[in-house]
Design a protein around this ligand. Sequence first.
Ligand code: ADP
Length: 227
Amino acid sequence: MTEVLAGHGLVKKFGATTALAGVDMAVGERDSLAIMGPSGSGKSTLLHALAGIIRPDDGQVLLRGERIDRFGENRLSALRRTRFGFVFQSGQLLPELPAEENVALPLMLEGVPRRRAVQRARRWFAPLGLDGLEQRRPGQLSGGQAQRVAIARALAVEPDVVFADEPTGALDQTTSMEVVRLLTSVIREQGAALVMVTHDADVAAHCDRILHVRDGQVSTHSQYTVT
Ligand code: ADP
């Protein structure tokens, strides 16, 4: 399997607190990794370091073999817009825009003309079970539908990696399972990689592998080598 994203020896301190104490991880194409661990164990810090949102104090982050942890701010922000997709606990959709324009937004930000961006956005609706909901505004969608629109938006730029931070945290169990099943299956079809923080073991079980973090260190990692 081709390695997409890797973290080597990641260290991050906040004052006297060591949030990451030397974490190693890797994900490949069509590969999904769940990050689990108790509150305060370093899960969000790890996700943010991998996604170029915070800079690690030590260690390396490699995207398809290229070191991105020392990129300047402008390069990092361009990378986040074009090569990464993000899904958060609540979809953070723009309430005044129809679903299809919410999905098209990252493309429009990259300069794709509105009509073409919306056309490209529409292709994600059927695979995510959202057929017919293109014109709905976020307020007219259920929680699960809104999260699926947020997933479509994360995929719109055809990113190398989708980062999801508690993507089912605001959903009931049945809807959570439906959303994570769709998320992991479209990621595989797309050939992207998924890095997901979740506290829900049933959600994590949909991923190919689980990384357990404790006190800023990997406590267990299902044995599997991405080459
Ligand atoms: P988790 O996501 O597993 O709950 P975090 O990565 O948010 O854990 O936090 C790991 C540790 O780092 C915690 O002790 C937390 O208080 C600390 N921490 C995280 N972010 C900051 C910050 N911006 N400033 C200070 N301490 C932080």
